[in-house]
Design a protein around this ligand. Structure first.
Ligand SMILES: [Fe+2]
Length: 313
């Protein structure tokens, strides 16, 4: 565990509201050398292909909706950072705790601090990632299946949190997300914003929001660095299994699931069902169809992208 506390501001009200409403606390990660430009450039340069995603998306001014996935094409870490600074890109270095031990230690220390502050808090699974994103980039309305913490390290963005209930999020959308792994495939209406909690997000702040609360993110005109932590407590793991099993029942068998219980006989039969069906071909196909690489970064014009020919079916 590090000598220096990661969490710098956490009030009694934050532990009371934790999980019920979006909570904003203070942290010190924006001062850590683990997130300096040099460290990030080195990390990017050796990052394993299977653990990162880079996306390009539509502009914030109501441009058409798209969310395409690309490839860094072996560019130097410094050039990737330059490309992100100039383009409209969103780099997600997933599983950074698995890729680099220093971030694993950071994550362990962080979770210890949370357990110290909230004695009932126990994550059975945890992971972290680093997000590096362009000025004016955005992440569309979506839902995450694990619990989430978001730390702002550099730059400024605006966060929109929506209620974790209908019509903002439906059981069908959660089940579809569980099966496709595509969190941005959730219906959105512009008037939902009237019901959103909106927050400017600055270095030194961390947010946690209620499980299954949809959200979206828009960057201000500055490059952003953030760290994400995903975690699953026992109830979160059980809710995920129910989503998966109900998704199989609804989309695979045409049944309408009636229960979302995370205890009892119905839960345990679903726990078996989702495990049994996890690798059947139609589910695998849904997942892999979202993994197509459609562009690469342009080495000769940093910030631009080059479309790749569509992969043969
Ligand atoms: Fe998210």
């Amino acid at each position: 565990m590090s000598e220096r506390a990661i969490i710098t501001k956490f009030d009694d009200k934050d532990s009371i509201m934790w999980g019920n409403e979006p909570v904003c606390i203070g942290h010190s990660l924006h001062q850590s050398p683990l997130f300096s430009s040099d460290t990030l450039a080195e990390l990017i340069e050796s990052y394993p292909r299977e653990h990162y995603n880079i996306f390009s998306m539509g502009a914030q001014n109501g441009d058409r909706w798209y969310w395409r996935q690309g490839d860094l094409d072996g560019m130097s870490g410094k050039d990737v950072l330059q490309a992100i600074a100039k383009g409209r890109l969103w780099l997600n270095l997933r599983n950074v705790n698995k890729v680099d031990k220093r971030y694993a230690q950071l994550l362990d220390g962080l979770m210890d601090e949370f357990s110290g502050r909230m004695p009932g808090f126990k994550a059975k699974r945890k992971g972290s990632g680093i997000l590096i994103s362009s000025p004016m980039a955005q992440v569309y309305y979506h839902v995450d299946l694990p619990g989430q913490l978001l730390f702002q390290i550099a730059g400024r963005k605006k966060l929109y949190f929506y209620p974790a209930h209908k019509p903002f999020i439906t059981h069908e959308a959660l089940e579809r997300t569980a099966i496709t792994g595509l969190g941005v495939d959730v219906g959105f209406e512009p008037w939902y914003d009237e019901y959103a909690r909106v927050q400017d997000f600055e270095p030194g702040q961390m947010v946690h929001w209620p499980h299954f609360a949809p959200h979206r993110v828009v960057n201000y005109d500055v490059m952003n660095v953030s760290m994400t932590v995903d975690f699953s407590t026992d109830p979160i793991l059980r809710a995920q299994m129910v989503n998966y099993a109900n998704g199989i029942l609804r989309h695979g068998f045409g049944w309408t699931p009636r229960s979302r219980n995370i205890n009892g006989v119905q839960f345990w039969s679903k726990a078996v069902l989702q495990k049994t069906f996890r690798n059947v071909p139609w589910i695998k196909k849904q997942k892999t169809s979202n993994e197509q690489i459609e562009f690469r970064l342009d080495r000769s014009a940093l910030g631009q992208i080059v479309d790749l020919p569509a992969a043969a079916e």
